[in-house]
Design a protein around this ligand. Structure first.
Ligand SMILES: Cc1ncc(COP(=O)(O)O)c(C=O)c1O
Length: 360
């Protein structure tokens, strides 16, 4: 008895967590600053915490009404129909639902390289395959229609990440529209806006009015501070919205996740202050870090530090966890998430010490 052939599949490499690193170093996790997974450094939205407490007594039931309520609230937020909102366990889950809904065995997706690892992983799990378009460091990871369309060869799904992980660049709306117009009728252009709240470009959701081959991905993991609850969604084109019922795992998001997301969605104050703080901290990192960085529209900054593995290991020994971008194919870069101001200041100081020592 064995699994199917998984030799083409790779494991997802997450940013390292403070609990894991603290155990390894034999220290208290509170001594560490974790800036490796682009999480919200201000915690969850307080209204979401209250909603979780209130709902704790009702988790013996399936999330029937909360799932429907959240779907409706998200639909109202974006001015789309509830059928267009595909609630999922994180944006990752929505990527799976799109794979299930669109890919026949052997169909391919096109994704950025470097880029978020889960697009090709999900395609492969669903018996599809993946091709990539290169975003080049020399061109500051700029995402133009030409870059993407030159590599495009009739793939069933084209993933655009805006802001892009790990570089922070965005795809302008006219570029998304140009790509959607240029690809085959049967190609879905998915704009992954997991970091959309932090960007100054508008959401591509408005393109759904005129394009029936554009979808967007959003998550409650970042700006809303609910990564631990695994709740996200896709907004999909209206004509095939009823496919959700045929591809989703029943009750895609749990009761506490739905209740917390409902509360957080209404908590604009928390989201706005999170976004302001991330924008300030990404400017701070770019100004104060003694390494080249790239302009970022996300809650993180990519920095060219030389030997990324050595720098991130040395920083970790000093209590600062950043993301070594070797797994993205960028062995000379680290990605630094925006922390609170004290966290970010301390992280930059430690990183500058490490970079200076490594350079000697
Ligand atoms: C670009 C991008 N898309 C999607 C996700 C998945 O987010 P979620 O936590 O909602 O699954 C991430 C997570 O880091 C990401 O960086």
């Amino acid at each position: 008895m064995h699994t199917r052939d998984l030799s083409d599949h790779v494991e997802y490499v997450p940013g390292r967590g403070s609990e894991e690193v603290a155990r390894e170093l034999g220290i208290d996790p509170d001594e560490l600053i974790e800036l490796s997974s682009n999480e919200n450094p201000h915690g969850p939205a307080p209204s979401a915490v209250a909603a979780i407490r209130d709902a704790a007594d009702s988790v013996n039931g399936y999330p029937k009404s909360s799932h429907a309520d959240l779907t409706e609230r998200i639909a109202a937020f974006w001015d789309v129909t509830p059928q267009q909102v595909w609630l999922s366990p994180g944006a990752d889950g929505a990527i799976d639902y799109l794979s299930r809904a669109l890919l026949e065995p052997g169909d391919r997706i096109l994704a950025p390289e470097p880029g978020f690892a889960y697009y090709p992983m999900s395609a492969r799990y669903h018996h599809g395959d993946a091709a990539s378009y290169a975003l080049s460091k020399a061109d500051d990871f700029v995402q133009t229609p030409e870059t993407i369309l030159e590599a495009y060869d009739g793939e069933r799904i084209v993933y655009l990440t805006s802001p892009h992980n790990p570089s922070g660049t965005v795809v302008e709306l006219d570029a998304v529209a140009k790509i959607a117009d240029a690809v085959d009728e049967q190609t879905l252009v998915v704009v992954d806006e997991a970091y959309g709240e932090f960007a100054t470009v508008p959401s591509a959701v408005e393109l759904l009015d005129e394009h029936d081959n554009v979808a967007i991905l959003r998550t409650f993991s970042k700006a809303y501070g609910l990564a631990g609850l695994r709740v996200g969604y896709a907004v999909v084109p209206e004509p095939w919205a009823d496919a959700y019922g045929r591809v989703n795992t029943p009750f895609a998001a749990g009761e506490l996740s739905c209740r917390a997301a409902l509360a957080a969605l209404g908590d604009r104050e928390f989201v706005d202050s999170t976004v302001d703080s991330a924008r300030e901290m990404r400017t701070y990192i770019r100004e104060e870090l003694s390494a080249p960085t790239w302009e970022s529209e996300g809650n993180f900054v990519l920095a060219g530090v030389g030997d990324a593995a050595a720098v991130s290991e040395a920083a970790q020994r000093e209590g600062v966890i950043v993301r070594d971008c070797s797994s993205f194919g960028l062995a000379d870069c680290v990605r630094i998430s925006c922390g609170t101001r004290p966290e970010t200041e301390r992280a930059v100081e430690q990183l500058n010490d490490v970079i200076a020592t490594q350079g000697r």
